[in-house]
Design a protein around this ligand. Sequence first.
Ligand code: PLP
Length: 392
Amino acid sequence: MNTEDIKKAEEKYFINTFTRQPIVLDKGHGTVVYDIEGNKYLDFFAGIAVNNVGHTHPKVVNAIKKQAEKLIHISNIYYNKPTIELGEKLVKLSSFDKVFFANSGAEANEGAIKLALKYTGKNEIIATNNSFHGRTIATLTATGQDVYKKDFTKSLPQGFKHVPFGDIESIKNEITDNTAAILIEPIQGEGGVNIPPKGFFEELSKICEENNILLILDEVQTGLGRCGTMFAHELFDVKPDIMTLAKALGGGVPIGAILTTNEIATGFNPGDHGTTFGGGPLICAAASATLDAIVEEDLVENSKNMGDYFKNKLLNLKDKYDLITEVRGYGLMIGIELTQPCGEIVNDLREKGFLVNCTAGKVLRFLPPLIISEEEINQLIDALDEEFENLS
Ligand SMILES: *Cc1c(COP(=O)(O)O)cnc(C)c1O
């Protein structure tokens, strides 16, 4: 099957949910992927901030191979070593005490919402405009973007309120005796790489403590080195009560995680929450190898250094072109806001051999693997320079 055949088969057999880019990817190593026609792409998208350790990292591949030959699935009714080992590793890497493994970001958030409601016995969650928390009914309700939920509004659950991202006063106004938690991304991803104002999370942390409200940080996209720190909330002086992870955790295989304190974990008793697949041995072996690679290869440090380098280069482009109105981000989660939609730029760059993403209409978003080098960043900068020159 060639590219055209595959596109036709997809159209014929698949429920139409994705606007896919017109290339068929076949293999990848590190920061590079190839399509079935042999074209090479430098990946500045990393499968939506998933491939933080790069494509087909040898440690991850070996862990999957070894575990696949031993045991793939047994359910959470029994113990298995890779799951418990990953749990211990992740808890020690974070400032939390307890973990629960799910299969995706949405599912981790769904469980975090349940835990907050159950632990507090209250029934309201405050979320933010332009947020993204997933596609399940509850996480869709929490998501602050009408495009995703406009066709379902009459069937969405009660109890979710929205406030502008970074606006302390609005949050204060929405707090009631029924407020269980605030659910928020440290830096909004799909919403356009939106950075909170200085001091926001410090203030939010205080307000949550004073009002006995849980702070749930959705670090599904920002976690595990993406923002130049292991977890993005380390950028601020903030103490979350619950944190969710997913995207980068499995090195490419599906996994989500809820992390919390010993105290809040008492909200769940056996039977209150569960999953058939979540935290299975195969996935956890891959995630364990992924965490090892992030730590042993100093990828958090590289994310910070390369992020600073990348951002400076982008700021130079901003000085040169009026088309760029803002460059923002931490580590290797960077967005540049343009005066025009960026869909066509994504297509042009792909044809030049670069995978980038457009989000929130006018924000070009860069989420490369954390192993990216200065030389590779320079290649993209040159291509962007050429592109903006043509558009100006
Ligand atoms: C991607 C994302 C999710 C949803 O994750 P899925 O694995 O697609 O369910 C939730 N929250 C944030 C911040 C995300 O970026």
